[in-house]
Design a protein around this ligand. Structure first.
Ligand code: 4NP
Length: 144
């Protein structure tokens, strides 16, 4: 079974939503996957997802209300096959913790065009909707 970790900064806005979208798309396609999410920073460890991400998820029928934030740790390099980061800062922060070329090659930008999934934390509700659309658009590309 493919094991995928989605990663953002706080693990409360982007990566928890990416996690459930990947699970939902995998289920629709009948693909068995294990998906978790984590943040490169520890500010929100143990916290629920951001209420605005919970809301936008609810609007699109995905539930992240039970999410609890966790911090990325180097052990995840061995526990996951693919580590999908949301932006270039996440990429830098995760790759800096890799200790081999094999670990480094597991880290990929979520967007296939390698643009950032922009951080909506300081933004408006519309930025959360845009984030959802971007995450949804590219989800199936990670399930091949
Ligand atoms: P996330 O968003 O990385 O998508 O979970 C953020 C959450 C919290 C903060 C920044 C971004 N923060 O600065 O606390």
């Amino acid at each position: 079974m493919k094991r995928i970790l989605t990663v953002c900064l706080g693990n409360i806005c982007r990566s928890p939503l990416a996690e459930v979208i990947l699970k939902a798309e995998a289920q629709k396609l009948g693909i068995a996957v294990h998906v978790e999410s984590a943040g490169t920073a520890g500010y929100h460890v143990g916290a629920q997802a951001d209420s605005r991400s919970i809301q936008v998820g609810r609007k699109h029928s995905v539930d992240i209300s039970k999410h609890k934030a966790q911090k990325f740790i180097p052990a995840f390099f061995d526990q996951f096959d693919l580590i999908l980061v949301m932006d270039k800062n996440n990429y830098r922060d995760v790759v800096a913790q890799a200790t081999s070329a094999e670990q480094r090659t597991k880290v990929k930008m979520y967007r296939p065009d390698e643009l950032d999934v922009d951080d909506p934390y300081w933004g408006k509700d519309a930025d959360f909707e845009t984030m959802y659309q971007v995450l949804q658009e590219h989800a199936t590309s990670h399930l091949q």
